[in-house]
Design a protein around this ligand. Structure first.
Ligand SMILES: *Cc1c(COP(=O)(O)O)cnc(C)c1O
Length: 387
């Protein structure tokens, strides 16, 4: 009886076409997967470089587990600070051109831990309207005054900063937006924040491994010196094919986070296998630039196809994320079902992941997609979306 409200809520969610449910993969992540027993070409993973099931990355995970064990066994501050974590932090700091780096068990934990460690009740945070849920939740958890600026709008950010005279200020934005595939005007945003003496944090989850030389991320891609940004967050679970996340910045920042970021302090250290996999993925990402070039060329092919068909999409050149916005949630789910029937998996994305009326198919290309996979995608889009 006391749980009846759940069934009622679920029924309402179902009626609104918003209930989500889990589908099961019977294969590793890759360009072709078996989903609930059906073989499909997969265009919705974040495994942009095709490293999640790369044999070398898998072997590195096995080697790390054999050397360091299956689990860290304790939080990093107690007895769980295994040597392999320091090696990975060094490699990531080098990649990002930062003084120091700190691992977190996921990007969600990173954002949830870092933001409240930087701002509190008497401060203010300025957040892009389309920022990821983990940033939104980090802001809320900080109990800071939250100002939302319009997506990628440094002018609006400037006005909001001008109106604010509270203590510390933090500006936070994604670099390559996860659902739009567009790159933030970081130069302007950083400049604006600096004018108002605000700290700047960027979430480089989708750009790490994909953009910039060696896959170092969006700042390098835009020729912005890493020293102009105070905090760079990134994840190991997307292009690097592993699991976990990191925060890069100055040595003082990292020492502060070790003492103040609760999602770092009160949790078990990462899995050694995940750290080993990430180290190998970093090496491959740097030594095999063809993977990034492949992503760029597939992205361009898809973007010009959509343009030809008169389908709007606001993704930036070279972005692995290409949204096809269809509007209502039901339309996105119908398009998704039609694509599935044609053997192509592109997940429909609905509120609350995207704003009301902005439901979409979020297409993600990977270096592991063959020309045949892409032909199949375009053919399915032609039949399922361009009707
Ligand atoms: C995926 C994502 C995260 C969370 O990273 P995980 O490691 O998957 O928890 C954070 N920020 C953005 C922008 C993301 O897309």
């Amino acid at each position: 009886m006391s749980m009846d409200w759940i069934a009622e809520q679920m029924a309402r969610l179902g009626e609104a076409g918003l209930e989500r449910s889990l589908r099961v993969l019977g294969t590793p992540q890759g360009p072709e997967i078996c989903l609930d027993g059906t073989r499909l070409v997969n265009f919705c993973s974040n495994d942009y470089l095709g490293l999640a099931s790369d044999p070398r990355v898998i072997r590195a995970a096995q080697t790390a587990a054999a050397r360091w064990g299956a689990g860290a066994g304790a939080s990093r501050l107690i007895a769980g600070n295994l040597g392999i974590f320091a090696r990975l932090e060094d490699a990531l700091a080098r990649l990002k051109g930062a003084e120091a780096c700190l691992l977190f068990t996921s990007g969600y934990h990173a954002n949830l831990g870092v933001i409240p460690a930087l701002v509190g009740k008497t401060d203010a945070v300025f957040s892009d309207r389309l920022n990821h849920a983990s940033i939104i939740d980090g802001c809320r958890l900080s109990r800071t005054r939250i100002s939302i600026y319009e997506h990628n709008d440094p002018g609006h950010l400037d006005r909001l900063l001008s109106e604010c005279d509270s203590g510390r200020k933090l500006v936070v934005t994604e670099t390559l937006f996860s659902m739009e595939g567009d790159i933030a005007p970081l130069d302007d945003i950083i400049e604006t924040a600096r004018r108002h003496r605000a700290m700047v944090m960027v979430d480089d989850a989708h750009a790490t491994g994909v953009l910039g030389p060696d896959g170092s991320g969006a700042l390098a891609h835009l020729s912005i010196s890493p020293s102009r940004v105070d905090v760079v967050m990134g994840t190991l679970g997307k292009a690097l094919g592993s699991s976990g996340a990191f925060v890069c910045g100055g040595g003082a920042l990292v020492r502060h986070l070790v003492n103040r970021a609760r999602t770092f302090i009160f949790t078990t250290g990462p899995a050694p296998a995940a750290a080993g996999a990430a180290l190998e993925a970093l090496r491959i990402a740097s030594e095999e630039p063809w993977r990034r070039e492949r992503v760029v060329s597939l992205s361009e092919k898809l973007r010009s196809f959509l343009e030809e068909k008169g389908i709007q999409n606001g993704s930036s050149p070279g972005s692995p994320i290409i949204p096809v916005v269809v509007g209502p949630a039901e339309a996105a789910m119908e398009a998704c079902a039609r694509m599935l029937a044609l053997g192509v998996y592109v997940q429909g994305i609905r509120p609350p992941t995207v704003p009301e009326g902005g439901s979409r198919l979020r297409i993600a290309v990977s270096a592991s997609h063959s020309d045949e996979h892409v032909d199949q995608l375009l053919d399915a889009l032609e039949k399922a979306v361009c009707r």
